[in-house]
Design a protein around this ligand. Sequence first.
Ligand SMILES: Nc1ncnc2c1ncn2[C@@H]1O[C@H](COP(=O)(O)OP(=O)(O)OP(=O)(O)O)[C@@H](O)[C@H]1O
Length: 235
Amino acid sequence: MPTITVTSLSKSYGRVHAVQDLSFTVRPGRVTGLLGPNGAGKSTTLRAILGLVKPGSGAALIGGHRYADLPDPPRTVGAVLEATDFHPGRTVRTHLRALCVAGGLPPGRIGRVLAEVGLDHAADRRAGGLSLGMRRRLALASALLGDPPVLVLDEPANGLDPQGIHWLRTTLRELAGQGRTVLLSTHLLAEAEQGADDLVIVDGGRLVAAGTVAELVGARAGLEQAYLDLLGEGR
Ligand SMILES: Nc1ncnc2c1ncn2[C@@H]1O[C@H](COP(=O)(O)OP(=O)(O)OP(=O)(O)O)[C@@H](O)[C@H]1O
């Protein structure tokens, strides 16, 4: 299973240094949370890993390859971006079929991924009528179509209710338990503390700390205190 390696990654937009000299590793078999406040550079980092943003300098590699150089991207990396949109008139099943055709993937996976995300009962509903939680599930189903060993998810818990968050956490843990490399971004401390094994904390585009949740919390009362201390806002 591939490792994600980000090495001295920098990306600027005009005068805004979105990511600055950022390095970290995401290991297979673990859920890794990329945690940081709004504007910390999380989405830019994930987009660089997915080949959607060209690094100013440094590299973001999956199994040693740039995304563009992966031999079979749809079967290697599943991605859920923050603003995932679906053609509103397409049904859940038709949406997944279109992705199979585009990615050269076998349509036989559709039933499997729908069951995996708990959407099998909604396969014939139109995407435009789905609730936010169901759209999140459909986005994850889309990412899983190629049975990829790597998952990259931008703020996957945004807008989910507590049941949805619990479902997401359990599902991502299962996927990591199968040996996959799972990287998600979040600014929610509870999601990071309960849902991730490893954390990479960023602020202002720079690395603040990286390690297991237990290592980062250390002797402190919880991740919230550790996070505030690390960001220099602690008591
Ligand atoms: N396409 C772009 N053009 C100009 N500035 C950008 C662009 N993308 C990101 N930025 C800027 O780069 C910085 C980092 O943004 P980014 O979206 O990576 O942060 P984030 O940690 O994902 O934030 P959030 O939690 O709010 O989604 C911000 O200051 C943002 O305004």
